[in-house]
Design a protein around this ligand. Structure first.
Ligand code: HEM
Length: 412
């Protein structure tokens, strides 16, 4: 009999004060995988908390599928799976073909082309923060930069950015415990068919369909146009496929980087000596960027579904079992990161963190872009000599899926 997880990982409340490090450490030190029994009608699942196990699961898409079940913990029906599918919920080879449509725009070399535009957004946000002597770091800095950048790449006009911020906030709300208003935004689709069970997903699809029709009339040098013109086996993406792709890009490019940027303010306040060291030796900049990303682990987990009988760390797994990879636990695995709760700009790069995934087909497409955005922000903060005279208590996003912060008041 395998041990049961020491906390209720089904529940957003387990993450109310951030990553539950104590429980995760206990799970890492327990042989085999830990089990979370069925709760509230959602079937039980196995938790992967150790680094090595997480890498094994991530890289084996044949045994651990993203397509056979949902990639989040809660269960959904077969027709709902189909309705929401984007490449992140698919396995190779179809996943590979979809990813190839846009992957060239996100290579480490290509993202350098976006540096100027990112810097302009960073400067604008920090100017506003400085002029006000502080404010809610999340609203003034962490939110507008990533949404602005991904919207620019996709081809979303500036005046719609705030609308899309509202929609992604409302998407995440679907992973919390509060019930959502089913008819918000004019939605009439059954919530169980919508990503995150959120009406905001419907609204985002409507927005995507409308933008697509504008781009068909006047193509532009952007990713929306690229997606609309792409052919897979001689066929263009359907309206639903395009809308799902659009939603994935907006959500993935925005919510994640925003969370890490929000946590950056906490890190700067908690570990000022680290940022002083980086200020004096800018060659440490890229290492501190990755330490921010590891430490914040913006995506707490992704789930896979077992396709063939197997065994992991001594735990036998059956077909259909749900396996949840807690990036937020593996990123603090003592065997890979000595003194894991220390925030260090000089961690050896031999064990890359798994905040972007444990490698393999689904490894974060936007990793280089996210690194560049966070790097530009840290560099600008250091160049201006910004530091916080006080910082408030963070309010965490109510979710067991993203490690987000809703509100963080800072004074300069
Ligand atoms: C700190 C910021 C970010 C974090 C922590 C993060 C994390 C992740 C994780 C954990 C995955 C899943 C990996 C897996 O299943 O193996 C992923 C996938 C993905 N990310 Fe990110 N991400 C970040 C920023 C971005 C940005 C800026 C973009 C913008 C393009 C992006 C786009 C994607 C996409 C499209 C996927 C799906 C890839 C696939 O299925 O092939 N991410 N990300």
């Amino acid at each position: 009999m395998n041990p049961t997880a020491p906390i209720d990982l089904h529940s957003a409340q387990a993450f109310q004060a951030g990553i539950p490090h104590k429980a995760f450490a206990e799970m890492r030190n327990t042989p085999g995988l830990t089990w979370s029994p069925e709760a509230g009608g959602t079937k039980g699942f196995w938790s992967v908390t150790r680094y090595e196990d997480l890498v094994t699961v991530s890289r084996d898409t044949t045994t651990y599928s993203s397509a056979a079940g949902h990639i989040q913990i809660y269960d959904i029906d077969e027709d709902a799976l189909e309705a929401r599918a984007s490449m992140i919920d698919m396995d190779p080879p179809i996943h590979t073909r979809l990813r190839r449509i846009i992957s060239s725009a996100f290579t480490p070399r290509h993202v350098q082309d976006y540096r100027g535009a990112i810097r302009a957004r960073v400067v604008n946000c920090l100017d506003q923060l400085e002029a006000a002597g502080g404010g809610n770091w999340v609203d003034v800095v962490a939110k507008p930069i990533p949404i602005g950048v991904i919207c620019d790449l996709m081809g979303v006009p500036e005046q719609d950015h705030n609308y899309l911020i509202g929609l992604t906030d409302h998407l995440v709300a679907g992973t919390g415990s509060e019930p959502l208003e089913p008819n918000a935004y004019g939605n009439e689709t059954d919530l169980r068919l919508l990503p995150f069970n959120s009406p905001a997903a419907w609204a985002m699809s409507q927005y995507a369909t409308d933008l697509a029709s504008r781009r068909r009339d006047s193509p532009a040098d952007d990713l929306v146009t690229k997606l609309l013109e792409a052919e897979i086996d001689g066929e263009r993406l359907t309206t639903e496929e395009f809308a799902n792709f659009f939603r994935l890009m907006i959500f993935a490019g925005n919510e994640t980087t925003r969370s890490s940027m929000a946590h950056l303010a906490l890190h700067m306040h908690q570990f000022p000596e680290v940022f002083e060291t980086v200020n004096e030796d800018r060659s440490l900049l890229s290492a501190v960027v990755d330490e921010v990303i590891r430490y914040s682990s913006a995506i707490l987990y992704f789930r896979r579904t077992v396709m063939a009988p197997t065994e992991l760390s001594g735990t036998p797994l059956a077909v259909g079992d749900k396996v949840v990879m807690w990036y937020s636990a593996a990123n603090f695995d003592e065997s890979q990161f000595p003194d894991p709760y220390a925030f260090r700009p000089d961690r050896p790069v031999t064990s890359p963190h798994v905040a972007f995934g444990g490698g393999g087909a689904h490894f974060c497409l936007g990793a280089s872009l996210a690194r560049l955005e966070i790097s530009e922000l840290i560099e600008a903060v250091l160049d201006r000599g910004l530091s916080f005279s006080s910082i408030g208590e963070p309010t965490f996003v109510e979710s067991n899926f993203v490690n987000g912060i809703d509100h963080l008041e800072v004074s300069l």
